[in-house]
Design a protein around this ligand. Structure first.
Ligand code: NAD
Ligand code: KPL
Length: 305
């Protein structure tokens, strides 16, 4: 089995992972969206990763999805709404037993991908690292964090797992990856939509704690019904802690909306509301929040799903 890391998506996290793996001497190939992007990348001559104001350049080879050759190990580093369409393009190249690491935030996109590629093993990831694009092909590593990886269908870590440590990518294998993803989703649902609706930094929610706490109560009920009671442990305390610790920051959803970018709402609050409906639950605060957010996004001309 080839040990090349194919990395689909040379955005923020894709660049962060690709550069660290390449720096550690691992074989890496980028998969870019189309020929035009490939040509622009080739003109730029590689990726630049900025860490603590030191910029390093990495001439990582790149291709498009329709290139030749099997893909054995794939990191999917696009947004949640792009993951399934991207995999559909690449599916003919995925080898039997291929391993796919899914870096998407939220829930739902992982199953959309897994349904399309039964020949592959899908490994889910939850990342608290932070990176953003300063320019085309140039990414700043903005926030040290951690990565949890796991496979809900198979508790065994893949044989390449230690390559992440070799590359300085902080990561741990977990059998509770769904709990991690649900927990992050719940935090996101309690904070991010309200920052958009109240047009505020995270700390602005200190003036709306009644609303926040109402959402936390419903999220706790939902997590219990979805078989994720541990994801609800001390959720309220963590939400309050995150609001305080990040009070001067704008949430990722707020930043997306402000920049006129599509949000991942379908895989965050949308996923929570669909799960509640599936379980026959009535969660009026979450439903109302979702409706207000959808109306707000539509009014801005942004996709609401
Ligand atoms: P991004 O928008 O910076 O990068 C995504 C890249 O994927 C873009 O370059 C886009 O052109 C590319 N892409 C889309 N479809 C493609 C296709 N079919 N083929 C090839 N490339 C394709 O996104 P990001 O910020 O890196 O986020 C990726 C995921 O990681 C999201 O789910 C996000 O929520 C999550 N995440 C991001 C951060 C962060 O700090 N950026 C932190 C934690 C989690
Ligand atoms: O992860 C976040 C985000 O901005 O997406 C926070 C605000 C920390 C939690 O939702």
């Amino acid at each position: 089995m080839s040990s090349t890391w194919h990395i689909l998506g040379a955005g923020s996290l894709g660049t962060l992972w690709a550069c660290r793996l390449a720096r550690a001497g691992k074989a890496v190939r980028l998969i870019l969206r189309d020929r035009q992007r490939l040509q622009a990348y080739e003109q730029a001559g590689g990726l630049t990763l900025v860490e603590q104001d030191h910029a390093n350049h990495y001439a990582i080879p790149a291709e498009t999805a329709d290139a030749n050759g099997p893909v054995h190990r794939l990191l999917v580093a696009c947004k949640a709404y792009d993951a399934a369409p991207a995999i559909a393009q690449l599916a003919p190249r995925l080898a039997a037993g291929a391993e796919i690491v899914l870096l998407q935030n939220g829930l739902g996109s992982q199953d959309e991908v897994a349904d399309q590629v039964p020949q592959a093993r899908c490994i889910f990831a939850s990342s608290t690292e932070g990176a953003f694009r300063e320019d085309d092909w140039r990414v700043r590593f903005a926030g040290h964090g951690f990565n949890w990886l796991g496979d809900p269908a198979n508790p065994a870590a893949p044989e390449w797992f230690d390559e992440l440590h070799d590359a300085g990518i902080p990561a741990q294998w977990t059998v509770d990856i769904l709990t991690r993803l649900w927990r992050k989703l719940a935090l996101n649902c309690a904070i991010n939509p309200l920052t958009v609706l109240h047009d505020c930094q995270n700390g602005g929610l200190l003036g709306h704690l009644g609303e926040v706490d109402g959402l936390i109560a419903e999220l706790g009920e939902l997590l219990g019904r979805c078989g994720q009671p541990q994801a609800a442990d001390d959720l309220g305390e963590e939400v309050h802690r995150v609001i305080l610790a990040t009070s001067a920051n704008y949430s990722s959803m707020y930043q997306d909306v402000r920049a006129g970018r599509r949000t991942e709402v379908h895989y965050l609050l949308g996923h929570a509301c669909r799960a509640a409906t599936r379980h026959g639950m009535e969660l009026p605060r979450l439903e109302h929040l979702h409706q207000r957010l959808v109306d707000n996004l539509r009014a801005r001309g942004l996709p609401s799903a």
